[in-house]
Design a binder for this molecule. Structure first.
Ligand code: FES
Length: 426
């Protein structure tokens, strides 16, 4: 008897919203209607539906059972593994080290798997000749897997290519919408990378973050995504191209190649390349690479100062990982400002909702940012009821004014606040 993970559905919590049909692995749509009493047929226990369910109606259970073994080939060697597991789990059984984060690109014998929902494709390996995400792909009899992916072009799921009338955290406040013949006036064009390493219960873009291949989004090579967004730039007649998420930094090779392709396709001096990120994956070397690849504008969310708050906001349960990510986002912000303030526009986002973070901590965040730079653009983001925190109340206009004033009292000279009536600030 061996132990396996299996997804279950809580009949009390499931409202039949159907999101898991669009969000999960190859077998996901087949088991939406399973009840808590049954084992999901064909479930590999990948956990993508558990992370994606907006009602927390799914959970993983460990079961002990006999399973038949199947033969697979990994990097030319034949192995027997139990049926009904993911390729990632099979690789782990065979001795590969699976990592949620690594400062350097993974070395031989290591697989980076930060999102586990089939979005980022950082975990992708070659399966029967085709690049596929190992975290949501089931093993099959006779499957041939190659982990040597460093020579081939990366892919990931990116969608939502279009113009936007408001910018992101990394959009300078002085950028105004271009006058347009379209029904809206865009400030930039943007696209969104699926998959995230954080599990924020107030995720503001959850339908993209947690939906991947089953939703009909094709994985794109960097060049393909760059071509689509460049076309959108021309159609919308803007200078700015942005990528956000989900979390766009999880697949480093993809993002760097995307920026390089954008730079090649947009050679005019007005073109700006903007990345919005939670900053948790940004090491110094990664930031250097992004700037070298062409990034001109970056928005970094700092979600908290204290670990307890950070874990509440991000939904991370593992303290050591959360602590590493919290440190990374602050280190990244300081490094960006200290090293690249002249070359790169830096914006900082601070999510605010009284049920998530105290004004006291917002003040501490403001003081810490001001100790790095008093001139950096800071935007307080009003976190609305979303995803798994539909019980919270969106901060009022007056509350956001208090947050703005609190940050200004810390010495910050360029504070914006997102409010129910739009963005206020300089
Ligand atoms: S970890 Fe597998 S797609 Fe992101």
């Amino acid at each position: 008897m061996r132990r396996f993970k299996v997804a279950r559905v809580s009949a009390e919590r499931c409202v039949n919203c159907g999101f898991c049909e669009n969000a999960v692995c190859e077998v996901g749509s087949a088991f939406r209607r399973q009840t808590a009493a049954k084992t999901a047929v064909g479930c590999t226990g990948c956990g993508a539906c558990v992370l994606a369910c907006p009602y927390e109606a799914r959970f993983l259970e460990v079961v002990q059972e006999e399973r038949a073994e199947i033969q697979i080939k990994v990097d030319g060697e034949r192995f027997a593994v139990p049926e009904g597991i993911t390729v990632l789990d099979a690789l782990e059984m065979l001795g590969f080290k699976i990592l949620p984060f690594k400062e350097e690109p993974p070395s031989e014998g290591e697989i980076l798997a930060p999102c586990r929902t089939g979005g980022c494709w950082a975990c992708a390996v070659i399966i029967d000749g085709e690049l596929k995400p190992s975290c949501v792909t089931p093993v099959r009899e006779g499957m041939e897997i190659s982990t040597n992916v460093h020579e081939i072009e990366p892919k990931r799921i990116v969608s939502g290519f279009q113009g936007h009338p408001v910018g992101g955290v990394g959009t300078p406040h002085w950028v105004k919408p271009v006058s347009s013949l379209l029904f809206y006036a865009p400030v930039e064009v943007a696209c969104f990378a699926h998959g995230c390493n954080l599990r924020c219960p107030t995720c503001q873009n959850w339908s993209i973050t947690y939906s991947a291949s089953v939703a009909g989004h094709n994985p794109l090579k960097p060049e393909e995504a760059a071509r689509i967004i460049t076309f959108e730039r021309r159609m919308n007649r803007v200078d700015r191209i942005a990528i956000s998420g989900g979390e766009c930094t999880l697949n480093r090779r993809w993002l760097l190649s995307f920026l390089e392709a954008l730079k090649r396709m947009n050679r005019d001096k007005n073109a700006r390349f903007h990345v919005d990120t939670n900053g948790t994956f940004l090491t110094r070397a990664y930031i250097d690479d992004l700037v070298d690849a062409g990034m001109t504008d970056i928005g970094v969310d700092v979600k908290a100062l204290h670990l307890e708050t950070f874990m509440r906001i991000t939904g991370l349960r593992e303290e050591s990982l959360a602590s590493c990510f919290l440190k990374n986002e602050w280190d990244a912000l300081k490094y960006l400002i200290d090293r690249y303030a002249e070359k790169v526009f830096v914006g900082v986002g601070i999510p605010y909702n009284a049920s998530l973070i105290s004004l006291e901590e917002v003040r501490e965040i403001g003081e810490r940012i001001a100790s790095i730079s008093e001139d950096v653009q800071v935007c307080a983001l009003d976190y609305r009821p979303e995803f798994r925190r539909r019980d919270i109340v969106k901060p009022s206009y007056e509350e956001m004014l208090v947050v703005k004033k609190t940050l200004e009292e810390c010495g910050l000279r360029c504070v914006l606040a997102q409010t129910e009536f739009g963005r206020i600030g300089p």
